[in-house]
Design a protein around this ligand. Structure first.
Ligand code: URA
Length: 443
């Protein structure tokens, strides 16, 4: 079989057989498909779409392109569960959800990524913790899962290597925003992690990859349908991403907020609602709670008792970070030398924000990458971010900019004021929880 013949089939709008997809995926891993050929097929898939069967076949082939973890002999103490977000601004839910679920009896081997485009990545957030080892060997990973009940690590070279190569090609050929390709990419990594239950947080809005409810619903349906077809019980929540989630965005600042949250000190309502709901969903999927009320109560207890924070500290320590990070976060986490309050130019109500642009502003401050090889400045970002619906007086803070120098801070202040709208009348924010998809509709 020739690669160009397979590309031709998809280019002409026909369906690919399993054997075609297997050929492509093998070729991605052993290099017999060139970058140009892989990019051409990705573009044909992007433009002509993929059926559910094609998406299942691509997902399964990419899952088995490398190591598939099997935890059955690892003597873990609970069901193996995970959460994955499609990406947003200020989205630090994983840092709080994973230790909470661990405190409630689940085991969470969370494979996370670096920031992508305007969105932050969990791995970049944890990367600012001194000594933190995001690519541990299997023995260290298993030890972390046993002692802390969770571990947040990066994608290893062995895990879904076909996705690794295809993703890098898609990233530079404008073929990321395709429902079947995103589905296969996310689920191949999750299936390779040997999970028993997955909850997806599909973000919708002007700070998400899926800006419309229509695209987010299609992605959520596709994820639930394909995962269920591959025997991975999966639910998807659509959640609002038309504003920064929580009070901070920027790597070190988000770790600080997550620690404060686990101490019960920074329970910003929207962030709390998403964390509680998604955590409870996992407890139900893992049969760790009798019903929804029981699951939510267990989540609340994990926060109030400090057990979530304890699991967090154990995980940081198991992966090489300071054991007392939660006691002295400001001692260990880098802070920006310049911090400037962004003052509201007028009195009114925060009515909307250009969330994607705010994510890009963090990239401009150095908190994200322009090129894959860039180093990031973990210190920069925004704190005390005003939420939509908040009433402000002229001169009151809308946020605090954290920057590397005065010029960058001044620039970010000016820019941020153009990204936040203030209305003259009260505004009610859209609910953060929009819809839950528990069952595939077409199956
Ligand atoms: N995240 C992934 O892992 N893959 C995609 O294609 C998009 C987001």
């Amino acid at each position: 079989m020739l690669a160009q013949e397979i590309i031709r089939i998809k280019r002409d709008g026909h369906r690919l057989e399993r054997s075609h997809i297997d050929h492509f995926v093998h070729g991605l891993v052993d290099g017999t498909w060139s970058e140009g050929q892989a990019a051409a097929l990705a573009m044909a898939m992007f433009l002509n779409g993929m059926s559910r069967d094609e998406t299942v076949n691509l997902t399964q082939a990419m899952t088995h392109s490398g190591q598939v973890m099997d935890w059955s002999n690892a003597h873990l103490h609970g069901p193996v569960l995970d959460k994955h977000s499609s990406g947003g601004v200020g989205d630090k839910i994983s840092l709080m959800l994973a230790p909470i679920v661990a405190a409630c009896g689940g085991v969470v081997p969370m494979i996370s990524g670096r920031g992508l485009g305007h969105t932050g990545g969990t791995l970049d957030k944890l990367g600012c913790i001194p000594g933190y080892q995001a690519t541990p060997d299997l023995a260290t990973l298993q030890q972390a899962l046993k002692t802390a009940g969770f571990a947040i690590i990066g994608q290893t070279a062995e895990l879904a290597p076909a996705d690794r190569r295809l993703y890098a090609i898609r990233d530079v050929t404008a073929t990321v925003e395709s429902v079947p390709l995103i589905t296969a990419s996310i689920l191949s990594k999750k299936l390779a992690a040997g999970l028993q239950g997955l909850v997806m947080d599909v973000k919708v809005g002007n700070g998400a990859f899926a800006s419309s409810l229509e695209m987010a619903s299609a992605l959520a349906q596709s994820l639930v349908s394909v995962a269920t077809g591959a025997c991975l019980p999966t639910r998807a929540w659509l959640t609002d991403m038309n504003q920064v989630l929580g009070q901070t965005c920027g790597n070190a600042l988000e770790v600080l907020e997550a620690i404060a949250f686990l101490k019960g000190e920074a329970l910003e309502p929207r962030q709390l609602l998403v964390t509680r709901t998604l955590s409870a969903e996992l407890l139900l999927m893992g049969s760790l709670a009798a019903n929804e009320a029981d699951a939510l109560q267990k989540v609340d207890q994990a926060i109030a008792s400090g057990r979530g924070l304890e699991q967090f500290s154990r995980m940081i320590s198991a992966l090489g970070g300071p054991a007392d990070l939660a006691d002295r976060p400001r001692h260990y986490l880098p802070s920006a030398p310049v911090q400037v309050v962004v003052k509201s130019p007028r009195s009114g109500w925060v009515s909307s924000m250009a969330t994607r642009d705010i994510g890009l502003l963090i990239v401009e401050l150095g908190g994200g990458r322009r090129q894959a090889s860039d180093m990031i400045d973990a210190r920069v970002g925004f704190s005390q971010f005003a939420q939509i619906g908040r009433q402000v007086q002229a001169g009151e803070p809308l946020a605090v900019v954290h920057a590397a120098d005065a010029a960058a801070a001044e620039y970010a202040c000016q820019q941020l004021l153009t990204k936040i709208q203030i209305a003259e009348t009260p505004v009610t924010p859209a609910p953060v929880l929009m819809q839950c998809i528990k069952k595939p509709t077409v199956f």
